[in-house]
Design a protein around this ligand. Structure first.
Ligand SMILES: [Fe+2]
Length: 313
């Protein structure tokens, strides 16, 4: 092979040597090795971005559309996180922070509280644009980060991160016991459910639309899915209800199918108020025994969270 014609090794989801090496070293927070994206990776971004454009116009909350503009995202190449951050940080202080994979829940929430968004840098295979269980850079940068340009949304996310990490910190001084672990798991389940039904899959009334047909998407799982964004707003197979905290924190969910149940908030101010209620409930111990079920919080996850919260304490 001639010099200068070497193929980049690629940063394809589950097939990236750079990521495997980082993980085997135990490095969670990494840099984005931009030169390693292959042409196929850029093509994957191009395809995903191109087909979302029309759906975003039709279904996305207008704050998201404004966010796409103000980040200067484009559909040509996988974005550089450093460039995204140059636009993002002056707006709300948020930064996309590259990670090598799954971030344990407590650490994830703690990052949000510090205005850092753990961001996957790999991208799905060009041949499978529709479904993958892992997040990728299209989900994280194309689905989440444009929302972080909005001050009201950003404040809500920071507040949520502090409440969710605070839920573990509240419990760490209790006597070490199975009861402690059950309560930690229950709080983490409640926080994961809240996050899921708002930040990932939330619907919102769009007050500015001036029509009755004013449902818009603000959840990033929907914003990064070509099929589900339309399904979430239009399908009769989806139950849509006004947001109810007591329901949300007790409601399990599956990550491997379109969501059959979604919750609607009125505005970002409404969402912020619900985070405040979540905090009250957490402090009163009302999240210590939420309904069992999905998501499962593993024993390892509980230990990581307890250890990290004790360190922060
Ligand atoms: Fe996400």
């Amino acid at each position: 092979m001639e010099a200068g014609t070497e193929q980049a090794p690629g940063l394809t989801t589950t097939k990236a040597p750079f990521i495997e090496n980082a993980r085997s070293r135990g490095d969670l927070f990494i840099t984005q090795p931009y030169d390693q994206y292959s042409e196929e990776n850029h093509q994957s971004w191009r395809n995903l971005y191109a087909r979302m454009g029309e759906r975003w116009e039709k279904y996305a909350n207008h704050r998201f559309l404004e966010g796409l503009d103000s980040l200067g995202l484009n559909g040509e190449r996988v974005p550089r996180l450093s460039e995204v951050n140059q636009f993002l940080a002056p707006l709300t202080g948020f930064k996309a922070k590259p990670v090598s994979g799954y971030v344990p829940a407590y650490l994830f929430f703690d990052c949000l509280g510090r205005r850092e968004f753990p961001t996957t840098i790999t991208i799905r295979d060009v041949a499978t644009p529709d479904y993958l269980p892992e997040p990728d850079i299209f989900h994280d940068i194309g689905g989440h980060v444009p929302m972080h340009t909005d001050p009201a949304f950003a404040e809500t996310l920071v507040r949520f991160g502090k409440v969710a990490s605070g839920a573990v910190e509240r419990l760490v001084d209790l006597e070490d016991s199975d009861e402690l672990r059950e309560r930690v798991a229950s709080n983490m389940r409640a926080m994961a459910r809240f996050f899921w039904f708002t930040i990932e899959f939330g619907l919102m009334r769009d007050q500015d639309s001036g029509t009755e047909d004013d449902l818009r998407v603000y959840g990033s799982g929907l914003l990064s899915s070509h099929g589900e964004i339309q399904h979430s707003v239009e399908s009769e197979a989806v139950q849509r209800y006004p947001f109810q905290l007591e329901w949300v924190v007790n409601q399990g969910f599956r990550i491997d199918r379109y969501q059959p149940l979604l919750f609607i908030v009125e505005s970002f101010e409404h969402l912020f108020d619900e985070v405040n209620r979540l905090e009250e409930w957490m402090e009163e111990g009302r999240l210590d025994h939420v309904a069992p079920g999905e998501p499962t919080i593993s024993a390892e996850e509980i230990e990581i969270s307890l250890a990290a919260a004790r360190e922060d304490d």
